[in-house]
Design a protein around this ligand. Structure first.
Ligand code: OOG
Ligand code: NI
Length: 468
């Protein structure tokens, strides 16, 4: 029997969530329309160069989602659901200390990890867990109340989890089961119509609006779904021109004339959505919540630890100059100056200085007239300089904690409260692995593996005779 493979399940999952979210938050559809326009125009203006960081089909379908859950148990379950779609936990993000206001969550991202799988559909979901045991945010009584509330709800029904396990184990599902999996998985992220307990919600909101969004309601939901654009500055202007107010600035690296690195993101503010409430006097009636928003991103090249270290120093230098009143006070302008002073202007220099990841492939046309034995003895730099080997950047597939915290914070109207006299609970990649019930990959290992594999394949090909 033929199976619907995991990549196809994943592509369908991203599409179905997109349709559902577009019905729930119509401004998202506008964002997707404008993103498509921007990408088409960019492609028309830049030709095949535009696809240097991914084929246009991949980019058009590309989304990341964000969801939030309340306990290690829920985190373990959502990991099983995502595994069905070939999405595995990568990276650990601690947003508790990345933000000034109260954002009591720790996170990972579920995504495909292989090059081919990413090319087929790169759907990823930034997944945060409420750190209910962190005493800076929750005292003993509130922690117990949260545990009771969260422990009593079921986000993912048993038949969904069973189907998901089968899909993960078999690498896919038969057509009817695939339909059922998609129906159940998509429904698990739908905004609930259950009345929200007003008093409970407000109590958590006083600590953090993120805590109430997670622990104050009976289900989970997509917080946002993010399309990818090739020119985020153009997108920003076009959204504003349509009367949609974006947050003040684009997060992450500035626009500049050199290579795009890592990730640039921006968003529009959370919109008021009608919800039913169960009020303190026992009546049920309408009210509003503002938690879901629209975000868009532009992806650049993945940096090595050395490159990331440089990035972090450039961010710190930008902060320093801003704090010292240097430049014009506009972060992105100050950052652009810092970039020009410190970051190489070409991909070639990023590669030779070991700052970013690339794949290397023999250019068979250029190599055609050469003696394979001679090529096999040349070193990589010579081959690249002679145009015999093509160098392609590896795109950054992950997130940035500071931008993530910025995105969380830009949508909080209130700082919330935290007690910094308490010691925070320790979380890291290892504890996150225990929580999700499977090893959380280190993103650097995945990028390095891609780079190493391409080099090994190149060497093997040269050793076998370039024209073979
Ligand atoms: C997640 C915020 C992080 C991103 O793109 O950095 C994020 C959330 O709001 O739940 O999605
Ligand atoms: Ni996001």
């Amino acid at each position: 029997m033929t199976l619907v493979e995991q990549w196809e399940l994943r592509a369908r999952f991203a599409r179905e969530l997109s349709v559902m979210y577009g019905e729930e938050v119509p401004a998202y559809n506008t964002l997707v329309d404008v993103s498509n326009e921007v990408n088409q125009d960019y492609l028309a203006a830049n030709g095949s160069e535009a696809e240097r960081l991914g084929a246009i089909d991949r980019i058009t379908a590309e989304r990341h989602g964000a969801i939030r859950v309340g306990s290690p148990e829920e985190m373990g379950q959502v990991a099983r659901v995502f595994a069905a779609f070939g999405m595995h936990p990568v990276g650990f993000y601690d947003l508790r200390d990345a933000s000034k206001s109260s954002v009591p969550v720790v996170s990972t991202a579920f995504r495909p990890v292989d090059r081919e799988e990413l090319a087929r559909n790169p759907f990823r979901v930034f997944t945060s867990m409420l750190a209910t045991d962190d005493p800076r945010f929750f005292n003993k009584q509130l922690k117990d109340e949260l545990h009771r509330f969260i422990g009593a709800r079921t986000l993912f029904p048993a038949d969904l989890l069973q189907l998901a396990d089968r899909a993960a184990e078999a690498g896919g599902l038969a057509a009817a089961d695939a339909d059922r999996l998609l129906e159940l998985a998509t429904a698990a992220f739908k905004l609930s119509t259950d009345p929200v307990d007003h008093a409970w919600y407000k109590k958590l909101e006083a600590i953090s609006a993120v805590a109430s969004d997670i622990g104050g309601v009976s289900t989970t939901h997509i917080n946002h779904l993010t399309p990818r654009v090739l020119d985020i500055d153009a997108l920003y202007e076009r959204m504003e021109a349509r009367g949609i107010t974006m947050i003040d600035e684009i997060q992450g690296p500035p626009a500049w004339e050199g290579p795009d690195i890592l990730l640039r993101q921006t968003s529009f503010r959370a919109l008021a959505e009608d919800r039913q409430f169960l009020f303190e006097d026992g009546t049920v009636g309408p009210g509003e919540l503002r938690v879901r928003f629209g975000e868009v991103e532009q992806r650049g090249i993945a940096l090595t630890p050395k490159g990331r270290d440089l990035y972090d120093r450039m961010v710190a230098e930008t902060d320093r100059r801003l704090a010292a009143g240097e430049g014009n006070g506009i972060r992105v302008d100050v950052a652009r100056d810092v970039w020009r002073e410190h970051l190489p202007r070409t991909e070639g220099e990023l590669a030779t200085e070991g700052l970013a990841y690339f794949t290397y492939e023999l250019n068979t046309e250029a190599a055609a007239g050469h003696d394979p034995a001679v090529l096999a003895r040349q070193d990589l730099t010579e081959l690249v300089e002679a145009g015999l080997v093509d160098v392609e950047p590896i795109v950054y597939e992950d997130f940035l904690p500071r931008s993530a915290a910025g995105i969380f914070q830009s949508n909080l109207t209130d700082e919330g409260s935290r007690d910094d006299a308490q010691t925070g609970t320790d979380y890291n990649l290892e504890t996150m692995s225990l929580i999700v019930g499977r090893p959380v990959a280190d993103p650097y290992d995945l990028y390095r593996k891609q780079q190493d594999e391409s080099l090994a394949a190149l060497r093997a090909r040269l050793a076998a005779g370039a024209n073979v």
